[in-house]
Ligand binder design. Sequence first.
Ligand code: SF4
Length: 481
Amino acid sequence: MDDQFDDKFHDECGVFAIYGHPEAAKLAYLGLYAQQHRGQESAGIVSGNGRKIYTHKGMGHVSEVFTEGVLKGLRGWLAIGHTRYSTAGDTVLLNAQPLTVGCNKGLISVAHNGNLTNARQLRKHLEETGSIFQTTSDTEVIVHLLARSAKKNFQEALEEALLQVEGAYSLVLLHGDQLYVVRDPRGFRPLAIGLLPRPENAPSGSHSSNGEAYVFASETCAFDLIGARYWGEVNPGEIVRVDSKGIHTSRFAAETPHAFCIFEHVYFSRPDSQVFGRSVHRSREGLGRRLAREAPADADLVVPVPDSGVAAAIGYSAESGLPFKFALIRNHYVGRTFIEPEQNIRDFGVKLKLNPVRSLLEGQRVVLVDDSIVRGTTSRKIVRIMREGGAREVHVRISCPPTIASCFYGIDTPTQKELIGWNHSVEDIRQYIGADSLAYLSLDGLRQSVGDSEGEFCTACYTGNYPTKLATIQVETSNRR
Ligand code: SF4
């Protein structure tokens, strides 16, 4: 659906990798399919057998990019895959990943979830000293740095390259018959490890040492679909190498305070995933419970903004004792384009997506639970739709603090000036969206609900306190009242 009606931060990318399975590409396809919510602009898979690689990439959803015939052609027993929503670089096929480059280190294919905050400076320097870039994506910087390294050993060269980049990166790389999986020292983006039993009749050459294939994914919902079991996390600052002898783990960077993206738990990840080792659904229900304690409402029922507000609304309902009702129905079949009638219909885009259930709302005082207010435009339309649907009062409750700053770690966000929370008070926002009352969860409440007792999460979009130096970006101080 057109983004103009979707006032949310946008998902970034999803990665997947598998080593040691005769159906590597098909399983990568399913792994990407399960992670479609992390990027809808392009998808790609590179597979290999240690001697040759096979590639297919395209614009659109995973189901549009891959056909049975295409997957048959992606041979081999190791594969990496990517779904993309561009956070850096243009939206063109050239920037679709995995990115494959031939250089003095051989053929390297890489897929990246995250955003490098010093990519512009590094690229400028590389170009001034002779590098020729194929794409406008920040990921290519890593490959050029790798190619420039004087180290002969591939892993040492990769480590040298990684020590020069800053920001967020969860990477999967295919190099010959080896798979490398990397997470940045702060661990902004998730990256989970799973094990998948191999078929008994698997041909030789598709081996892994313990009779199981290794799988890696941004989110564990990818493991559930292919029947893999969750084994753990790639730790921040770690390189995992998988070869015929098994899995080898080592650190490439010194211990650094962690900065797991808290918004993965608030909104981005699927509720059926384990992210940073914790159930997303559990976090979201906890956010709702805490919100009910911090911001109770004199109301008759709790209604979620589907789908992302559902788990928090369940928590709010359980804690408050108010009944939970699906009184706002989402149309799951809205395509990315549609034909609008010539006669102007107010709130057409939002109505196409969400419709109120009049029989549940008529005369009721409603607590409307959502996960964020970005610009405020969509929330305003939803409140209006609820009233038109018969609600007597609409009390909006948001399961995180006001969003006051943009993200530079792989999430597509509007500029800071476009964020309604940056320079408006909660009361201003309430008036703008037309709610009877408005309350947000506190930062403490958010941290506690995701189990952040050690301060291991990034909360920069709520505080403006970025966990790294931002080389290229001027961050403005909030003048929020
Ligand atoms: Fe996540 Fe916000 Fe930090 Fe970006 S700024 S990594 S969205 S918590």
